[in-house]
Design a protein around this ligand. Sequence first.
Ligand code: AMP
Length: 113
Amino acid sequence: MDCIFCKIINGDIPSTKVYEDELVYAFRDINPEAPVHVLIVPKLHIESVAHIDDSHHTLIGHIHSVAKQIAEENDISQSGYRLLTNIGKDGGQSVFHLHYHLLGGRQLKWPPG
Ligand code: AMP
């Protein structure tokens, strides 16, 4: 499958890993939008939230626990952070392998553009 995040997970494309287990791989975004910008990616290729089904519930819950852990390890737990996933064209998704952006280390704006 010609998927850049599958290639990163497999080690075919280099990345700066911050966390890995049997279900999830997390690495620093190549174009960071904040001092902490980590992408948390399931190893299973799922295109987006629009492609999740009931069999993925444990995986999605696990991603949230991993996000919490990475936030603590990056010292943004107290200051706050954002966990988001873009879905499809209007959502601004550019890589079609489900991923969660963990952003923090500065005051983030709301609403998004
Ligand atoms: P999205 O626009 O939500 O699909 O997010 C895709 C993210 O992947 C963007 O923030 C990109 O900067 C990031 N990205 C793309 N290629 C790489 C790469 N090779 N290593 C790390 N991050 C990447």
